[in-house]
Design a binder for this molecule. Structure first.
Ligand code: PLP
Length: 412
């Protein structure tokens, strides 16, 4: 079966897989470093990294070794039992969150299989802490928190939500402005969910004054501040966590109560985490939450290896440096083609002066994988191992693709 052609695989895909993702752009075979190959043998530079997930690129030898060795020893045990990889993974996650010092007393990790489940866990923490007196939960316009029904209730896009109404009640969307926050706030608010940078919305950072106001209000009324770092965490933004950049008016770090992680935390292995910081680590008690697979030994080995490799190879610094240089190169492109470049580290949003999905197709035909988050916005989130030699062709390729698509559409 593996020698079948691209067309054959597409036909089989259409006949067997539920049509939730539309037709696949490519049928992929294998990868190495920042490159991935399709089943016809064509090579692509992956500037999307499995959507901010393949932080170590493809087939990183140390991650392959760690996961393979664990698979041969113990994959799964059920949560009646503990395993050393699960415990090592929790220690690593806590160390990444508190890379600058000690974790607050009480900080605890719950492992899941995905980002949406990490947010479901955070929702249960918020609800249980809030009780019936504080039924309201705030989320932001343009927010994306996942596709299961609780996380979907926190997700802004109407077409994602509408077919599944009624969703969980009590959630309200506000613009990320201090005035909207103050207008919505009350003692009946149990918590607020914030992506430090909204990735699915086209890489849009939430303003520092909004974060500071959200922290001040949640602290004053005893509500919980949840940072969804599923996309922005694990070195992506040139810091271990994007919220490490949060500061109050006095310049003191702002620490959320709950942080959710997934995507890059297992280097491509399906695993997520919900971290309760300080007292929030003790809100879920025996019997109030659970999972079969979450944090099993194999997932734990993937997390332990991924985070240790990021630390050993200084990939957080690399993300910051490569991101700065790549954004600078993108900003050198004619402003009538690229109208804005946003982002931190290796999470980059690019507004372009033509149809973004058509540019993504053009780039892919030229051997580069990127993604469109909207009609005129590209997103790049390449592996954190990327070097300048790897990405050097990208700015010119984007310029040429934007130019070509614009010429095609104006002459059509
Ligand atoms: C991807 C993403 C999720 C959902 O994660 P899944 O693993 O797809 O369930 C949630 N929040 C944010 C910010 C994301 O980027």
């Amino acid at each position: 079966m593996s020698s079948a052609s691209d067309a054959t695989w597409r036909e089989r895909y259409g006949e067997t897989l539920m049509n939730t993702f539309g037709s696949p752009q490519l049928v992929l075979s294998h990868g190495s470093g920042v490159y991935v190959w399709d089943v016809e043998g064509n090579r692509y530079l992956d500037m999307l990294g499995g959507i901010a997930t393949n932080c170590l690129g493809y087939a990183h030898p140390d991650l392959v070794e760690a996961v393979s060795a664990q698979a041969g020893r113990l994959m799964h045990a059920s949560n009646f039992f503990a395993t050393p990889p699960q415990i090592r993974a929790a220690m690593r996650v806590s160390a990444a969150l508190f890379s600058a010092g000690e974790a607050p007393e009480g900080t605890r990790v719950f492992f899941t299989n995905s980002g949406t489940e990490a947010n479901e866990t955070a929702l249960k923490i918020v609800r249980k802490h809030a009780g019936p007196q504080r039924p309201r939960i705030l989320a932001l316009t343009h927010a994306f928190h996942g596709r299961t029904t609780g996380a979907l209730a926190l997700t802004w896009k109407e077409p994602y939500r509408a077919p599944f109404a009624p969703l969980m009640p009590g959630i309200e969307f506000i613009e990320p402005t201090v005035s909207a926050l103050e207008a919505a706030w009350g003692d009946d608010v149990g918590g607020i969910f914030i992506e430090p940078i909204q990735g699915e919305a086209g890489v849009r950072a939430i303003d520092a004054d909004f974060i500071a106001a959200a922290r001040a209000l949640t602290t004053r009324t005893g509500a919980l501040l949840v940072a969804d770092e599923v996309q922005t965490g694990i070195g992506r933004t040139g810091r271990w966590m994007a919220h490490h950049a949060w500061r109050d008016a006095d310049g003191k770090p702002i620490v959320p109560d709950v942080v959710t992680l997934a995507k890059a935390v297992g280097g491509g292995f399906p695993v997520g985490a919900c971290v309760g910081i300080g007292p929030a680590g003790a809100i879920l008690t025996p019997g109030t939450h659970g999972t079969t697979f979450g944090g099993n030994a194999l997932a734990g080995a993937a997390v332990d290896a991924t985070l240790s490799i990021i630390e050993r190879d200084r990939l957080v610094d690399n993300a910051r440096i490569q991101g700065e240089n790549l954004r600078r190169a993108l900003r050198d492109i004619e402003p009538d083609l690229i109208t804005e470049v946003r982002g931190e580290g290796l999470l980059i949003g690019i507004d372009i002066a033509t149809d973004a999905p058509a540019v993504v197709t053009k780039l892919r035909e030229g051997g580069i994988i990127a993604n469109a988050t909207g009609p005129a916005t590209l997103r790049l989130a390449p592996p954190l191992i990327i070097t300048e030699d790897d990405w050097r062709p990208v700015p010119a390729a984007i310029r040429d693709a934007v130019h070509a698509v614009r010429t095609d559409t104006t002459s059509a």
